[in-house]
Design a protein. Structure first.
Ligand SMILES: [Zn+2]
Length: 348
């Protein structure tokens, strides 16, 4: 089985954008603020939005289940207030939930949180609990920089974040460190801000002692771990200089990297440097890099091709990356897979 642990709903009907526009207009003129029931998206529209995109690629590439979350660039935690952010997270998460109900064989849910710059993430706990306990979600995206490129909040290892981590540990749900769009013109969102954030998060974890306080917390660093695997010697050396434990001892019981790296040579490097117990298959398909690679004639985000082609992986390692690591990192997948199997049996 192939579990893709990183996919976003990038193809939502335009009605969702209109709802968002009304929300933001409502910040200026409260009369324009929409109600939840103003968002009219039918099941048919949901089906249409994924049939020729994510589902088509799952079929073509032979992947099975995608852990699916709202569009990352759309989280936009830098806009709005508590009311707007809470409503926006709810609306986006509800669409993911409906897709997991329409396609129980194809999608498992991961949620967006109603984060805001400068606000304790404890405000996110009700939505996190709703998504996990009521909607059956298995993961969550946590934005380390809700200011959208200005890094105004404390590092991820700061006690500012602890209420959220306590809840994640209690719910046994892992977090993916995932920024949203950039409102700093210096940082292109997916080309710079995302990769910066992945790298920054790992360095924060090296400097801090988060897993001493939360030994069972699991953190996924997406986009292949940013610059970390390529510069692994730098981070190993910095850990030594800073008198921190080795990366293996300090991070590798809790930190996992995904395979959203869009080049065979990058996946070769990732799989040579990072232990195979710490890698999760992912594609982030129909995301930042949607096109065909003119050098290969294949989609850049068809990452299964690179993992299948990685020179250092044997079948046992591939099985870890495709399936068994995900089941360890996302324990709530077990229930999703049981439901999936029942659904597929009923279809047969
Ligand atoms: Zn993503």
């Amino acid at each position: 089985m192939i579990i893709d642990c990183h996919g976003h709903y990038t193809t939502a009907p335009k009605e969702l954008d209109h709802f968002r526009a009304r929300q933001l207009a409502g910040m200026v003129n409260p009369a324009l603020h929409p109600r939840l029931e103003d968002l009219l998206i039918t099941d048919e529209m949901l089906r249409e939005s994924v049939e020729r995109a994510q589902l088509k690629f799952q079929r073509e590439r032979g992947t099975d289940l995608t852990i699916f979350s709202p569009k990352a660039a759309g989280m936009q935690h830098h806009y709005g207030d508590e009311r707007v952010s809470a409503q926006w997270a709810r609306v986006c998460n509800d669409l993911i939930h409906r897709l997991t109900q329409l396609y129980p064989a194809n999608f498992a849910g991961a949620c967006q949180l109603p984060q805001l710059p400068g606000v304790s993430p404890s405000n996110c706990i009700p939505e996190l609990e709703r998504c996990v306990n009521e909607l059956g979600f298995v993961g969550v995206n946590v934005n380390p920089d809700p200011s959208g490129g200005w890094w105004k909040d404390a590092p991820l290892t700061d006690r500012h974040w602890y209420p959220l981590y306590e809840k994640l540990v209690e719910l046994d749900v892992p977090m993916m460190v995932h920024v949203s769009s950039s409102c700093n013109a210096c940082f292109h969102a997916t080309g710079a801000h995302y990769i910066n954030a992945d790298t920054t998060a790992v360095m924060q974890l090296i400097q801090g002692d988060l897993f001493r306080d939360f030994p069972t917390l699991r953190v996924i660093i997406p986009h292949g771990g940013g610059a970390v695997p390529y510069h692994f010697g730098r981070y190993r050396g910095l850990a030594l200089n800073l008198k921190r434990p080795s990366l293996e001892a300090h991070l590798f019981s809790n930190v996992f990297f995904d395979t959203c790296v869009y080049d065979q040579r990058g996946i070769d490097l990732l799989t040579e440097v990072i232990p195979h117990d710490n890698l999760l298959f992912a594609s982030e398909m129909v995301g930042a890099v949607k096109g065909l690679d003119p050098n290969t004639g294949h989609y850049f985000d068809d990452t299964r091709r690179y993992v299948d082609g990685a020179r250092v992986l044997d079948e046992a390692s591939r099985k870890k990356i495709y399936e068994s690591n995900a089941l360890k990192v996302f324990p709530r997948l077990k229930a999703v897979l049981a439901r999936r199997e029942a659904f597929l049996e009923a279809q047969a």
